[in-house]
Write a protein that binds this ligand. Structure first.
Ligand code: IVH
Length: 675
């Protein structure tokens, strides 16, 4: 293509894609299908590949990530990044209002907003283009995380309308609750320790080295503060509204997410409104922020060394319960991660009885300064497992012993290790520590892995104790006579197990790879690895560089894979599995190679109970024809394959978003029409 024509086409495509991105992520009102969006994006990518000199820093193609930062550059903030003073009671707010009234002998208008619980970010724009994104850091200087921020869909890379030539806008980057749950589900499946809460996850995500990985996490951002010499309006509220016109995600007045008032009663009414409803929001908020609206009055009030005098944060009370710490136990997961758990005197919290709470790791125990018998406070946050958040030291008995994190494994006595940069301790005795062995076998046989039914957790333990199962390869050498000799084992159950083990030989390589239980290799990563390396031998021989050359595979995963294959015992197990006939390479049938990928670009939800196929079979079919399986319904969903007993909330959501439902029979028809 002629360069001039390419330049024009790039401009048109970029403009349109920026516009559609805004409609999708900021307005939640897309006007084209995902398929149309993706094909425009692909066209742009191809043009930029052909004419790299025409690709701009803020091209919509930068949203998908691709940069790797070894270190983030430290940069000075143009304007100090201060925080807010906190208040915890209505009385504090009355004091705040009185102080302001005393200093400003005039009517004062306030703006009430949500206090988003995430990470503060400063975004600088020149001529309508995002040029820099910096974290708070120490308030004077922070980390330049621009490439990672470019992947956040709701942050505009190019502005529209009458924006000032140069300005800074600040806001909070957060991880929506749905994205947090999805991440933790994936972590649970990969046997990795779970993330503690959405805020820490957002902050960790922003500092990831691979911007591609950042893009996949689904961060979001609300903007709450503008700075600059040429802002168009003289009040905070009006400038925030203006920022909305330029393309930023700002709170909406209709949903009462931002409100002007000139009385303390107005402020209290806003607080009460959100205190009751904050749990219905799709992200976490930890309070309300109240700001003086007029810039002139803000200037009159000025700043203390730490925070503005014209604003205050009101923190919500969280549901807490006080109880007593009886003991601490330590759980060892299948990857060897050791998690301390507090055993508590039973107490009631938000309608459930709490007896145990997570202590996360050694640092957390030390941070709390925990002693046995302590009176502790437990809280339920965004996460399901309650956590210990504080200690009432006034009630501690003088002779109480501090809780000291164990040094060796509670199960096998091996000294624990902690890798640099990781918060968790691990038992390194991978092949000799009972819960790690049985945990690995249980993972291997699970439905999403080798799908060997008939063998539950208890049977695995029974077989392990009897010496029949010492590792996953032993499954393929099980002796029926030895099995029959065990308690509760009859012909029928033994046959069932033997048959299920035999059936597992047809499980495809990508699933086998997931089943092996390599740290950080969840089902998605396993799929990517299988697709790129095709066989276990190629994967085994891959260098770190070969591995990280693959999109979505970072240093951490690459190292873990190498570590797995450096263990003699693992190599031995893999060889035995191979000999037993387990699929250790991608087998692509002629049929598969030539399939019509007619579902390419479609996001499909499979939900309900089906007659002819299992849900997993339907999902495999979708993938085979190029479609993507997604767990929850959104505007991006192309259609839902709906079985019987599909939940009413799903139906309602589908109807609300106008997503089409098709039956199992219609889906089968669709497949046969296209092959
Ligand atoms: S205004 C000069 N508004 O809470 C202060 N902050 O300690 C400008 N935050 O640093 C901050 N929601 O990270 C403001 N609606 C909101 C906010 C908000 C969350 C965060 C922000 C700030 C911290 C206060």
């Amino acid at each position: 293509m002629d360069k001039l024509i390419a330049q024009q086409r790039i401009q048109t495509l970029s403009k349109e894609l920026h516009e559609h991105n805004h409609k999708y992520y900021v307005l939640s009102a897309p006007s084209i299908s995902d398929f149309q969006f993706d094909s425009m994006l692909r066209e742009l990518q191809a043009l930029e590949m052909e004419f790299p000199e025409l690709a701009s820093e803020n091209s919509p193609t930068k949203r998908v990530g691709g940069t790797v930062s070894k270190e983030f550059e430290t940069v000075m903030h143009k304007y100090q990044m201060l925080s807010l003073s906190n208040s915890y009671s209505k009385e504090d707010l009355i004091d705040f209002e009185n102080r302001i009234q005393k200093l400003i002998e005039d009517d004062v208008e306030y703006v009430c907003e949500l206090k988003y619980d995430g990470v503060a970010i400063g975004l600088r724009y020149v001529d309508g283009k995002l040029i820099q994104a910096v974290t708070r850091g120490d308030g004077s200087k922070g980390d330049d995380v621009t490439n990672n921020v470019r992947t956040i869909g709701s942050i505009p890379l190019e502005l529209k309308g009458d924006y000032p030539k140069e300005f800074e806008i600040r806001g909070e980057i957060f991880l929506p609750l749905k994205a947090f749950e999805k991440l933790n589900e994936a972590k649970a499946k990969a046997g990795e320790p779970l993330m503690a809460n959405p805020r820490n996850t957002a902050s960790g995500t922003l500092k990831l080295q691979s911007s591609k990985l950042v893009a996949s996490r689904g961060l979001d951002c609300y903007l709450y503060y503008l700075l600059g010499e040429t802002l168009p309006k003289s009040t905070h509220f009006d400038n925030i509204q203006k920022a909305g016109e330029w393309g930023f995600k700002v709170p909406l007045t209709e949903e009462r997410m931002i409100e002007k008032t000139n009385s303390i009663d107005g402020i209290l009414s806003f607080i009460n409104f959100w205190d009751e409803r904050r749990h219905n929001l799709p992200f976490e908020v930890d309070g309300i922020v109240i700001k003086v609206n007029s810039y002139e009055k803000q200037e009159q009030l000025g700043f203390t060394s730490k925070s503005p005098r014209w604003a205050i944060a009101y923190k919500f009370e969280t549901e807490q319960a006080a109880t007593k710490l009886n003991s601490v136990s330590y759980q060892v997961g299948r990857t060897g991660a050791v998690t301390p758990v507090a055993n508590l005197a039973p107490t009631s919290l938000l309608g459930t009885t709490v007896k145990r709470a997570s202590l996360h790791n050694k640092d957390q125990i030390e941070k709390l300064g925990l002693h046995f018998g302590d009176h502790v406070f437990v809280e339920k946050g965004g996460e399901i497992i309650p956590k210990v958040v504080g200690v009432n030291t006034a009630l501690r008995s003088k002779d109480a012993d501090p809780v000291v994190f164990i040094e060796s494994c509670p199960e096998c006595d091996t000294p624990l290790i902690r890798k640099v940069g990781e918060a968790n301790h691990y038992c390194p005795n991978e092949n000799g520590c009972p819960p790690q062995i049985t945990g690995k076998i249980e993972h291997f046989i699970s439905r999403k892995a080798m799908n060997i039914d008939g063998l539950g957790g208890e049977t695995v333990e029974q077989f392990y104790k009897a010496g029949l199962l010492k590792n996953i390869a032993d499954l393929y050498d099980l002796d029926p006579l030895k099995m029959l000799a065990l308690d509760r084992m009859a012909d029928k159950s033994v046959n069932k197990i033997i048959k299920a083990v035999k059936n597992s030989l047809s499980i495809p390589f990508e699933q086998v790879l997931f089943a092996l239980g390599i740290r950080f290799v969840g089902s998605t990563v396993a799929k990517i690895l299988a697709k790129n390396f095709k066989s276990i031998d190629h994967l085994k021989n891959a260098t770190i560089d070969d591995l990280i050359a693959v999109d979505e595979i970072g240093q951490k995963i690459a190292e873990s894979i190498q570590e797995f294959f450096s263990e003699e015992k693992n190599l031995d197990v893999v060889e035995r599995l191979k000999k037993a006939g387990v699929q250790m390479r991608i087998v692509q049938s002629e049929k598969d190679l030539n399939v019509n990928k007619f579902l390419e670009g479609k996001s499909i939800v499979v939900s309900g109970v089906f007659n002819t196929f299992s849900r997993d079979e339907l999902k495999q079919t979708i993938e085979r024809y190029g479609g993507k399986n997604v767990g929850s319904i959104s505007k991006k969903t192309s259609f839902i394959v709906a079985g019987e007993k599909i939940g009413p909330s799903k139906l309602e959501k589908a109807q609300k978003l106008g997503v089409k439902l098709i039956s199992e029979d219609e889906f089968i028809q669709m497949i046969s029409d296209n092959i």
